[in-house]
Write a protein that binds this ligand. Structure first.
Ligand code: PMP
Length: 361
């Protein structure tokens, strides 16, 4: 740290992204990417002409892409917001809807970036414990009234990460009904793998902000594109921050690729189904090996073995060429999060697990 850094940022506890190794080829089951490539239409769309056009700035409004997404999700163009990854939207949402005396509430076990954004923007964060089985009780978010609790932001990943557990739309409505004074952000990064999306509730609730990403179900983590759907005023609030920082945050290649991706929706829906089938196959195999497997609606499984602790399993698999994710958090240290790869990758992963367990017994 230099002596020049603004003191406000000196004590930040920053987010640690999952490993992206360059030196060695791993079976990569650690950052919830898709095992499948973008659609052939996406690959064809990013052609030499598009690359030559990189000399020009991209459309800051992303109008064509917004229109395509609006048509797909049955909303107006003015209800769609686009950003450089959903991380960018989460950052802006914390900045826009909490702080200055307004708190942010989110589950104590959830996406690790929520507390980082709260800290970055000096927001008083309330980390609401999950129940012992990692489920979220909506009632815990339904009496946030009284002094110091007016306004602010409730941020819930649905399905939750790293557990994969999902809330029903009825439960989300319960939280929305109890909190008309707060923005309720539903982070749907993993919604395409079996959970119900709250997008259709945005017509009924002016305080609902639904956030999704092209990084998981649409195989575009490397292109960095996230989107939000909400009431037009919430979208306008987020736009104020975008136009106060970087209006060109979505580059030309990403816009072009994403338009083609929206047009190949069936291809991605079929990939999601394959991933859900492989999830079932992997969960059954792990349960047969004695693992506890939390029922997941996402493209990952959250699991623990009675024989080997979370850190040791992570290290043993890494030594055998398979990367999974372990979180250094006491409540979940026994667990690991395993991204669902291709069927072949999961077969190799399971072979390595069997090898490790046999060596131990
Ligand atoms: N939300 C959740 C719950 C996530 O797990 C992730 C991925 N790390 C993100 C948001 C961010 O995804 P991206 O910025 O790639 O859209």
């Amino acid at each position: 740290m230099s002596k020049y850094l603004n003191r406000r940022f000196a004590g930040l506890d920053v987010y640690t992204p999952g490993e992206q190794p360059k030196q060695m080829q791993y079976i990569k089951l650690n950052t919830n990417e898709s095992p499948y490539p973008p659609s052939p239409e996406v690959i064809a769309a990013v052609n030499a002409r598009e690359i030559a056009d990189l000399r020009l700035y991209p459309d800051p409004e992303c109008l064509v892409l917004k229109e395509r997404l609006a048509a797909l999700y049955g909303v107006g163009r003015e209800n769609v917001y686009l950003a450089n990854g959903s991380d960018d939207i989460l950052n802006f949402a914390f900045m826009a809807f909490a702080g200055d005396g307004k708190k942010a509430w989110f589950p104590s076990i959830s996406y690790g970036f929520y507390p980082v954004y709260a800290d970055l923007h000096q927001i008083d964060a309330v980390q609401v414990p999950l129940l012992e089985d990692f489920t979220l009780d909506p009632a815990d978010y339904c009496s946030l009234t009284g002094p110091g609790q007016e306004g602010g932001l409730i941020c819930i990943a649905n399905p939750n990460a790293p557990t994969g557990l999902a809330l029903s739309l009825g439960q989300i409505r319960q939280i929305l009904d109890a909190n008309p004074d707060k923005v309720v952000l539903i982070d749907e990064a993993y919604v395409d793998f079996g959970a119900a999306s709250a997008v259709r509730l945005t017509a009924d609730y002016e305080n609902l902000l639904v956030v999704q990403t092209f990084s998981k179900s649409r195989s575009m983590a490397g292109a960095r594109l996230g989107f939000a759907i909400a009431n037009r005023q919430l979208i306008a609030d987020l736009d104020r921050l975008k136009y106060s920082t970087n209006p060109y945050s979505i580059n030309r290649l990403t816009q072009t690729a994403a338009i083609a991706a929206v047009d190949s929706n069936d291809y991605y829906a079929a990939n999601c189904q394959r991933i859900m089938d492989t999830r079932q196959y992997t969960a059954d195999a792990l349960r047969n090996l004695g693992f506890t497997v939390i029922p997941s609606m996402a493209n990952f499984l959250f699991v623990k073995s009675p024989q080997i602790d979370g850190t040791a399993l992570y290290e043993e698999l890494k030594a055998r060429g398979v990367l999974i994710r372990h979180f250094a958090k006491p409540e979940i240290t026994d667990y690991n999060r395993i991204t669902i790869g291709s069927k072949e990758e999961m077969k190799t992963f399971l072979e390595k697990i069997r090898e490790i367990l046999e060596e131990m017994s």
